[in-house]
Design a protein around this ligand. Structure first.
Ligand code: IPM
Ligand code: MG
Length: 364
């Protein structure tokens, strides 16, 4: 197969981790007889420097015209003081909205080799951690009106949170469908004791539940959910929630699996053209040092193969290669245990190379 991938390296560690993922994709192409063509897209701080805005329209068009988009990370201190509408992150939001990718899927699964990298007690980890956060991605407070005005001689800031029934329904359906393919348990997370958007959210979820009698729906307030994720993560199968709650809970969920550097994500809308990115940020403090963990991006590329290109054997092969490399004891700094004798610390590039070597070995 021939696939066109728009590639956004972005800022900070973005270029390093994306380069490793592309090398893995090239290896998969080589082994399985596919051609992946890459089109570079500037987004984030680098686009602000080059084009004066975080995602020029032509760049968005390149993404929309591709078969899917692979993204590293955007942002950094250098652009922290630019006005809100010009921030690198605005480019990411424009991309998500422009591509219409309303459904963000973030798995929280513990790799057995990394159990001791989890900050949770072994007795909790042993119960298992394997759930997915389905996060609404192009609505809510991220996309409401943001304004700072002067009221009674002082500044006042406003961020509007708005959800329509149809926006809730389409992400709700993804939640139910996802649960249906897994453990058939869906937890809808909101703040219905305070927010109108959450009360609407809850009522739509309960209406949908009638169409999915095989899925067990439960409701949880977001503050309680934050607590339950560390207290008893084994209770969760699929969590469906709105944009900002999903942002916060997915960082928490990633941490209990050992490292945010391991977690990929997929974002899809109504077509197969998806956006694939690790959930971590651009980590400017370690940029260019060759110590970042490329696995979240490599697994994002695997998700692209699985969900957008219908290449599940290829995706399985990448995941197996990651598993094997971890099994052999190789670790980037973020997942290196205190007990160094058992494991070997490697850099970003070496980790990519090891995964490639393992991929080739698996296929021979
Ligand atoms: C994420 C990130 C983004 C978000 C930022 C960079 C805008 O934190 O993908 O989780 O909040 O969605
Ligand atoms: Mg986040």
């Amino acid at each position: 197969m021939n696939k066109n991938i728009a590639v956004i390296r972005g800022d900070g560690i973005g270029p390093e981790i994306v380069n490793e993922a592309l090398a893995v994709l090239d290896t998969v192409g080589d082994i399985y007889g596919h051609t992946f063509n890459y089109t570079d897209v500037d987004m984030g701080g680098c686009a602000i420097d080059k084009w004066g805005e975080p995602l020029p329209d032509e760049m968005l068009e390149k993404c929309k015209n591709s078969d899917s988009v692979l993204l590293g990370a955007v942002g950094g201190k250098k652009w922290d003081t630019v006005p809100g509408h010009m921030r690198p992150e605005k480019g990411l939001l424009k991309l998500r909205a422009g591509m219409g990718v309303y459904s963000n899927n973030r798995p929280a699964k513990i790799w057995p080799q990394l159990a001791d990298a989890s900050p949770l007690r072994p007795s909790i980890v042993e119960q298992g951690i394997d759930f997915i956060i389905v996060r609404e991605l192009i609505g809510g407070i991220y996309f409401g009106e943001h304004k700072t005005t002067e009221v009674n001689g002082e500044k006042q800031a406003n961020d509007d949170m708005c959800y329509s029934e149809s926006e809730i329904e389409r992400i709700g359906r993804i939640g139910f469908e996802t649960a249906r393919k897994r453990g058939k348990k869906l937890c809808s997370v909101e703040k219905s004791n305070v927010l109108d958007t959450s009360r609407l959210w809850k009522s739509v979820m309960h209406r949908l539940a009638e169409e999915y009698p095989d899925v067990e729906l439960s409701d949880m307030l977001v503050d309680n959910c934050a607590m339950q994720i560390v207290k008893n993560p084994a209770q969760f199968d699929v969590i469906v929630t709105e944009n900002m709650f999903g942002d916060i809970l997915s960082d928490e969920a990633s941490m209990i699996t050992g490292s945010i550097g391991m977690i990929p994500s997929s974002s899809l809308g109504s077509s197969t053209c998806g956006l694939y990115e690790p959930i971590h940020g651009s980590a400017p403090d370690i940029a260019g040092m060759d110590i970042a963990n490329p696995i979240g991006t490599i697994l994002s590329a695997a998700m692209m193969l699985r969900f957008s290109f219908d290449m599940s054997a290829e995706a399985d092969a990448i995941e197996k290669a990651v598993y094997d490399v971890l099994e052999q004891g190789y670790r980037t700094a973020d997942i290196m245990p205190g007990d160094e004798a058992r494991c070997k610390k490697v850099g970003c590039h070496e980790m990519g190379q090891l995964i490639i070597k393992s991929l080739r070995g698996t296929k021979q």
